[in-house]
Design a protein around this ligand. Structure first.
Ligand code: SAH
Length: 357
């Protein structure tokens, strides 16, 4: 067991087994040894859509600008990205937004990032963007009185989840515990969750069935929706996940583009879980906003004009045609990122339907 694992094991020895959410928080965000706090994950361990193609960030930038336009150009808009990775999406979005200078020139850009390593990369990436950019450690630190235009790509999958397993006694939480030999293992909490706390759509689960919740993700979406309902704006959340919750578990560890052991090497592997879009949509509705989707990423990108954008880029540089076609395939084809990845949009109740939905 590595040093962070031993620390987690002694925490458990003194206070008892911890929920998976707490384990994920320590493994991902521990300031000394956490995965996001210390590593440069993107490209090393996994690849994300903005790193596949510049067209992804460009189309999202224009989507946000169009929503602003459709809502009557509200003054002093904030442009926020949650978990911006290397800053590629934001760089591409800001470049595309030059087509809408009225929006771009009055933006204040805020990047919400927990990782100092990635924040440094974002600073470099956006140094020449010409935009006013600042950083915040959490969404709760943002001003609450401004129109909010927000994007989050592959951010919600990184937020901690809890798991509950169907047993003869009801639903019991799956916890992380320390085993005699110093390694970490899973164990079920002996006390079942009160029936009133179990989401209604979990009826009919087979024995051993699992459901997952992301309390952090749900409360964050509710806060975003609340801000958008109050001051206008639009949020686009894209991630891999499911529209209909099932009874399987989706917590996974990834290192160097392969699956790894969730508990074996905390801090050295990426941990994530599929996003429950129904739960996020419900949270947005609780926040008082309208929710559109989820729709498949491929469907959204085609509707936003990825094919026309590729034509323009290929006309400028014909040698790139094959590369651009391959990028569209990767982002949009159903057997690649096009279907597992989904998008929801959050806008005020009286706002026009956002583009692509
Ligand atoms: N959106 C980027 C990166 C996705 S990786 C892309 O598409 O390439 C997840 C990102 O979320 C990283 O930037 C990571 O550091 C950040 N992150 C993860 N958990 C976070 C948290 N709790 N608060 C803020 N940022 C977080």
């Amino acid at each position: 067991m590595n040093a962070l694992g031993s620390r987690i094991a002694s925490l458990i020895a003194s206070q008892g087994p911890i929920p998976i959410a707490e384990y994920m928080t320590l493994a991902l965000l521990d300031p000394v040894a956490g995965y996001y706090a210390t590593r440069e994950p993107i490209a090393t361990d996994f690849i994300t859509a903005p790193e596949v193609s510049q067209m992804f960030g460009e189309l999202i930038g224009l989507w946000l600008a169009q929503c602003w336009h459709d809502q009557g150009k509200p003054k002093r808009p904030l442009l926020v990205e949650l978990g911006p990775g290397r800053g590629t999406l934001m760089a591409d979005a800001l470049r595309a937004m030059k087509l809408m200078p009225e929006f771009r020139d009055q933006l204040e850009v805020v990047l919400v990032e927990a990782s100092p390593v990635l924040a440094a990369q974002q600073r470099k990436m956006l140094a020449d963007s010409g935009a006013a950019v600042r950083w915040a450690g959490g969404f709760e630190m943002l001003p609450k009185d401004r129109p909010l235009f927000l994007v989050a790509n592959e951010f919600f999958d990184a937020l901690p989840i809890r798991q509950f397993v169907k047993t003869g006694r009801g639903w019991n939480e799956r916890m992380v515990t320390a085993q005699g030999n110093g390694t970490l293992g899973f164990a079920l909490s002996p006390v079942a969750v009160p029936a009133a706390n179990v989401p209604a759509n979990r009826d009919g689960a087979p024995p051993g069935g699992v459901y997952e919740t992301s309390p952090a993700g749900e409360s964050l979406v509710e806060a975003i929706a609340h801000a958008i309902a109050a001051n206008g704006g639009a949020a686009l959340i894209i991630d891999y996940g499911y529209a209909e919750p099932g009874f399987g578990e989706t917590l996974q560890a990834v290192k160097s583009h392969s699956f790894a052991d969730v508990l074996g090497d905390p801090g050295a592997v990426d941990l994530s879980a599929h996003v429950d879009f129904t739960a996020l949509g419900d949270a947005a509705a609780r926040g008082g906003a309208s929710v559109y989707g989820p729709i498949a990423q491929g469907e959204l990108l085609h509707a936003l004009g990825i094919d026309a954008r590729a034509q323009v880029l290929a006309a400028r540089n014909p040698k790139k045609r094959d590369k651009l076609d391959a990028q569209i395939e990767r982002l949009c084809n159903l057997d690649q990122m096009g279907e597992l990845f989904k998008a929801i949009a959050i806008v005020p109740k009286n706002a026009p339907t956002p583009p692509g939905f």
